[in-house]
Design a protein around this ligand. Structure first.
Ligand SMILES: NC(=O)c1ccc[n+]([C@@H]2O[C@H](COP(=O)([O-])OP(=O)(O)OC[C@H]3O[C@@H](n4cnc5c(N)ncnc54)[C@H](OP(=O)(O)O)[C@@H]3O)[C@@H](O)[C@H]2O)c1
Length: 285
């Protein structure tokens, strides 16, 4: 029997800094469940199975000017999900088919068909791949490193946030294009995974006390492409190691002031102009 109620998670209070468990979000357990029989033409009853939790979400909690409006207090938290169609009055989404959309943190939603996208997975792929390598972060990685970064065989590519959803795919695509790839991550375990399972040529743990020294040694021949997921000090260090006409892909930075992580360009701004590097932005979220 279909449940009478379903759960949602709403924004209860804007955090000043980190999200505070039990304070920032509130669970609403007793929403009245819609029935498939009450759907109007063009509507779909959608059940999210997996949610994507992304860094951009932290920015959506701030009531400031951004590329999309903030999530409002008492509004269901915004987020992408993949799931199954439980009922449908849109022929594009038959009952039982899989779809994805920015439906938020909810167990059920009556959507307009146009809010959803059909999921057609290649053989061997899992449903969750539609939220990662075949979804937003995979597309960001692909277009970031190929279209913006113009990666080519022989390039030396450095990726920050390399063990994250975007960085891990960036490094693998760069390898497929014939580049040599150095990944920067925050633990030895993540570094081993990048090298042993994903085929990165080298890795550095930015929490290592000797990171600065090791970074300078690893980049002594200078960087062709830097894929930035982080900003801050590591970006600064990379700028000081940029080859003339290096391509810096500002994915998790603040090229246009829209992303959540801060870039602090200090002394290295000078070297950026000296080396005539190019920076281009692209937003996938
Ligand atoms: N432009 C676009 O359209 C677009 C699309 C997707 C993502 N993004 C941005 O790209 C970035 C990465 O997204 P994602 O989905 O790949 O995120 P993710 O899977 O959460 O990975 C982020 C990585 O950043 C690293 N990190 C966190 N704090 C750090 C710090 N202080 N110093 C160095 N590294 C740090 C973490 O690695 P460790 O645990 O190893 O520290 C983590 O693996 C985010 O800023 C996101 O907003 C932009």
């Amino acid at each position: 029997m279909a449940p009478n109620t379903y759960k949602t998670i709403v924004l209860a209070k804007r955090p000043k800094d980190n999200v505070i468990p039990g304070e920032t979000f509130k669970l609403i357990s007793d929403n009245a469940a819609p029935s498939a029989d009450s759907l109007k033409d063009g509507e779909v009853l959608f059940q999210p199975n997996y949610l994507s939790i992304d860094p951009a979400m932290r920015g959506w909690l701030n009531d400031t000017r951004s590329y999309i409006p903030p999530v409002h207090i008492d509004e269901v938290m915004r987020g992408q999900a993949v799931g199954v169609v439980l009922g449908s009055k849109d022929s594009k989404f038959p009952k039982g088919s899989y779809a994805q959309g920015t439906v938020g943190w909810t167990e059920l939603k009556v959507c307009k068909g146009k809010e959803l996208e059909k999921i057609e997975l290649p053989r061997g792929a899992r449903l969750t791949d539609a939220l990662s390598v075949l979804g937003m972060t995979g597309l960001t990685a692909y277009f970031g490193i190929t279209d913006v970064g113009k990666v080519k065989a022989g390039d030396f590519v450095v990726v920050s946030g390399a063990a994250g959803a975007t960085g891990s795919v960036v490094g693998q695509i760069a390898k497929l294009k014939g580049a040599t790839v150095l990944g920067i991550a925050g633990s030895d375990e993540k570094c081993s995974w990048l090298k042993e399972e994903l085929g990165f040529d080298g890795t550095l743990n930015y929490k290592d006390k000797e990171f600065g020294k090791k970074f300078r040694a690893a980049t002594k021949n200078l960087i062709d492409v830097y894929f930035d997921n982080v900003g801050g000090e590591i970006l600064d260090m990379a700028l000081s190691r940029a080859k003339p006409h290096a391509r810096f892909v500002m994915c998790g930075g603040t090229l246009d002031g829209l992303c959540i992580l801060t870039i602090t360009l200090t002394s290295s701004q000078a070297s950026a102009s000296i080396t005539r590097l190019s920076r281009r932005g692209r937003r996938t979220t």
